[in-house]
Design a protein around this ligand. Structure first.
Ligand code: FES
Length: 286
């Protein structure tokens, strides 16, 4: 019995992936690519829905699976996209793949996601460091899709150098729109760089959104969180309005293996997005 037949036969288990296909691969940087994915089965494709901040488990057949955040706009129903950095076995296998390759998908997972409904009629500040822009992309694309539902929007994004800035074309598009503010910063500029220099945390004091009318989302390397939170607290933003996407070593994605626990929370089930109020007393969370 081939793998696909086995998959069809065992459809009731949460560990069995659905068969999908990589239909397009976009080069973003020397280490990141975006994969556009379409389910083979029309019914599965139609049923698949996700919220900004959720993730899927992607299977490379014969090798294993790994979790990845969804970066596309949830309003696109025919496909979804993942931004994948070439850092491990699964991701490097994916980076060697060509368009048309079959993969497996489980998910979407995560009961904690960015609360785009609550954010309506408020300002939204999105803070990203490095690859942390990826989990925020789905939210930014959603908010821009329903732009009139939100007040001011600002993206603060820091990268190591100009070459490592991801989604450059989209950032250019945002800057042309004129209805979203952008603050880009790099640690190591080249001689063409005209933006800010240094860690993106330094840009937060300039944000003049009112603390009682603003939702904030943060995603980046673990070291960034404490500094960002310090700056946000100085500006008196409410902890319950600050949402952080946490990355932990995830395996099963469904609350069974316990690899992703922080205190009494499981990142895969309770997160991966938490508000600061929920996790501020959990050791190791930040
Ligand atoms: S990834 Fe297995 S419990 Fe969270």
């Amino acid at each position: 019995m081939g793998f696909e037949e086995k998959v069809k036969k065992n459809k009731n288990t949460i560990y069995v992936p659905d068969i999908a296909r990589i239909t397009r691969i976009e080069y973003l940087s020397p280490t990141e690519k975006v994969f556009k994915i379409v389910f083979d089965d029309e019914e599965i494709k139609n049923k698949f829905e996700f919220k900004p901040g959720q993730f899927v488990e992607l299977t490379v057949f014969g090798l294993g699976e790994a979790p990845f955040s969804i970066v596309s706009n949830p309003t696109n129903k025919d496909f979804f996209k993942l931004c994948i950095r070439n850092v491990g076995n699964i991701s490097s296998a994916l980076h060697r793949m060509v368009e048309g390759t079959k993969i497996g998908i489980r998910g979407p997972f995560g009961n904690g996601y960015f609360p785009c409904q609550k954010m309506k009629n408020h300002n939204v500040l999105l803070i990203a460091g490095g690859l942390g822009i990826a989990p925020l992309m789905s939210l930014i694309r959603y908010i821009l899709h329903y732009r009139e539902d939100y007040k001011e929007i600002m993206v603060v994004y820091g990268a190591v150098n100009p070459g490592s800035i991801l989604f450059k074309n989209e950032i250019q598009y945002w800057s042309n729109r004129g209805d979203i503010s952008l603050c880009l910063s790099v640690d190591n500029p080249d001689n063409k760089w005209t933006g800010e220099i240094g860690v993106c945390t330094k840009l937060i004091p300039r944000v003049d959104f009112p603390s009682n009318d603003t939702y904030i989302t943060v995603c980046g390397p673990p070291i960034m969180y404490r500094y960002v939170i310090d700056e946000l607290e100085k500006k008196k933003f409410k902890p319950e309005n600050i949402y952080l996407s946490l990355e932990r070593r995830m395996e099963c994605g469904v609350g069974k293996c316990n690899h992703c626990h922080i205190g009494d929370k499981l990142v895969c089930v309770d997160g991966p997005v938490f508000n600061l109020w929920e996790i501020r007393n959990l050791k190791e969370a930040l």
